[in-house]
Design a protein around this ligand. Structure first.
Ligand SMILES: [Zn+2]
Length: 257
């Protein structure tokens, strides 16, 4: 059974560290910095077995070179279509990989970037900058329609599947989510819980697919009521009651929130 721990990086990034009980090998997800990883590995008597990359942004990849130098021969898994050149094992949608004897299925999730992938199984999902707790990544390269399609892949995971995203954005995302659904009781309760965690400087993650389906406006874009609070200027004029159109309106509202 894989255990997942957070290594803090930059101001609000988490580099997820995967380990098991029966070995001293660790894998890390999206090491934007090498120093915090090297320190964590030394402190916990771990050796690095490999790296998983979700997309090319510097805050997910800048630590890779130094880590590969420190642990030569390790594998770097990442998207096949990535502008990031440090990938040794290029991955495509639907492919399966084994990390620490645990299988992960690769989901191509374009939207935030065109190369974005998520590493998923029934229990764990590493969602990078695609799905955040109560939010979603900005659309730097893809379209709302693409991102909604990507979200649908994540929505299909089991409700109990734990979600590990890269940033501690939960509290800010919840402020927006409450503007979209001011009377969602699950959302209000979750927001209270997260406020208590954050006031004590505790991490708000992981979340779960089931939790996000109850409180994340972007995961709930298929509900016709989701745009009731969205200002008119962000409602698509071509609106045809497609879920991705609600998603697009919510994303525009958030970009201007
Ligand atoms: Zn990013």
């Amino acid at each position: 059974m894989v255990q997942v721990k957070a290594i803090k990086a930059f101001s609000d990034n988490y580099i997820w560290c995967l380990t098991t009980d029966n070995s001293n090998q660790a894998w890390v997800v999206d090491p934007g910095q090498s120093e915090p990883v090297l320190t964590y590995l030394a402190q916990h008597n771990l050796t690095l077995g490999g790296i998983l990359i979700t997309h090319h942004h510097y805050d997910h990849t800048d630590g890779v070179t130094a880590l590969v130098d420190a642990y030569s021969g390790i594998s770097v898994y990442g998207p096949a279509n990535s502008p990031f050149k440090g990938v040794t094992h290029p991955l495509n949608d639907g492919q399966s990989i084994s990390v620490l004897n645990t299988n992960f299925t690769i989901l191509a999730t374009p939207g935030h970037t065109l190369d974005h992938i998520c590493y998923t199984n029934a229990e764990l999902a590493f969602t990078g900058d695609t799905l955040f707790s109560a939010g979603c990544g900005r659309l730097f390269e893809g379209t709302s329609e693409q991102m909604w399609h990507s979200f649908n892949k994540l929505r299909a995971l089991p409700a109990s599947c734990k979600v590990y995203c890269t940033h501690e954005y939960t509290q800010a995302n919840l402020t927006f989510a409450k503007a979209v659904e001011p009377r969602n009781p699950e959302l209000l309760a979750y927001s209270k819980k997260i406020d208590e965690l954050r006031i004590n400087n505790q991490i708000s993650l992981p979340t779960s697919i089931g939790q996000e389906l109850k409180i994340n406006p972007f995961m709930r874009s298929d509900l016709p009521t989701m745009t009731e609070q969205v200002p008119k200027e962000f409602i698509l004029l071509t609106k045809n009651n497609e879920p991705w159109e609600n998603f697009a309106s919510l994303r525009m509202f958030k970009d201007n929130f």
